[in-house]
Design a protein around this ligand. Structure first.
Ligand code: SF4
Length: 295
């Protein structure tokens, strides 16, 4: 039976956050509540969400929250789950981290916890730069994107966390986008029922860093998927599933033009023809590797 999103309302996000209008992180936080319910503890790695939630005791997140430094999210969650197990509690432990806290500064503790197959869900909310501290490039920023530290456009490609995490042989790895709430909610629900380390990377297009109108967050999040820049994929105990919304990406001929995604965003204002081709090559590479996973 399919459910309307309004039937899934939860108290994961209370009114009065200090997020910018059109914030994709708030969208994702609502979906987490819809999927996981209220028996959750949240380890929030430094980033916009550390600020959005407000100042205690009037926290806008409907969960107990441990705010933690960039490098320590996975280490803290490992201890948190062990402490809950000692008390026979079945609470879901979730790490909520941005791309900087995942791909760069937090990667050591993330990799260590994944290798130990610690029992929590790691959510990377990927807005492809350090948005909370001024929009600096991260390892997850794509080629050609202008950030406050790459004023001419980044010269390197995005670090591909999807494949890095698959190489840790954990039970569950998935990607999702806030443009497709049902897909994200379904993945979170499946992840909740799996034991061990679960990694989900959610695309959260940021109107302020990506330079598009805040009313268009969901549209940009959808276009990323439709143009195959962002895959919707799940690997659960080695079973690879590409979501229906991404199936057309498996063949180059059926992909929507990448320009439909890049042209809406000011961060690509310096994109040369050569840079654009580099981005297209990245998309080809991504889907070649996903196709090979499915063989
Ligand atoms: S900078 Fe981006 S992620 Fe941070 S609060 Fe604003 S919209 Fe949300």
């Amino acid at each position: 039976m399919s459910l309307a999103l309004r039937d899934l309302r939860s108290k994961s996000l209370l009114p009065g956050t200090s997020a910018c209008p059109g914030c994709p992180e708030n969208m994702a936080m609502r979906m987490v509540g819809m999927a996981l319910g209220n028996d959750v503890v949240m380890v929030v790695v430094a980033g916009c969400s550390s600020v959005i939630q407000g100042i205690g005791p009037k926290n806008a997140y409907g969960y107990p929250v441990l705010n933690i430094a960039f490098a320590a999210g996975s280490a803290a969650a490992s201890g948190m789950w062990r402490a809950l197990r000692q008390r026979n509690k079945d609470t879901t432990v979730v790490v909520w981290a941005g791309d900087g806290g995942t791909a760069d500064i937090g990667f050591a503790s993330l990799s260590g916890a994944a290798e130990r197959n610690e029992n929590f869900i790691y959510l990377c909310v990927d807005n492809e730069a350090y948005m909370n501290s001024g929009g600096q490039r991260s390892g997850s920023t794509p080629h050609g994107a202008v950030t406050s530290t790459t004023p001419e456009g980044k010269k390197e490609n995005k670090k591909e966390l999807l494949f890095l995490m698959l190489d840790h042989h954990i039970p569950y790895v998935a990607t999702a986008s806030v443009g497709y709430p049902h897909d994200l909610i379904d993945k979170l629900r499946r992840a909740k029922n799996i034991e061990g380390f679960r990694y989900i990377q959610v695309l959260t297009p940021d109107p302020y860093g990506w330079l598009f109108d805040p009313s268009r967050t969901a549209e940009v999040a959808k276009l990323a998927v439709q143009t195959c820049y962002w895959p919707l994929i799940e690997v659960s105990h080695d079973k690879v599933t590409v979501s229906n919304e991404s199936l057309h990406c498996l063949k180059k001929e059926t992909r929507r033009p990448l320009r439909d995604f890049t042209s809406l965003q000011g961060r690509y204002k310096r994109l040369s023809e050569q840079d654009f081709q580099e981005l297209e090559k990245y998309v080809d590479y991504l889907w070649d590797r996903i196709s090979k996973l499915m063989d």
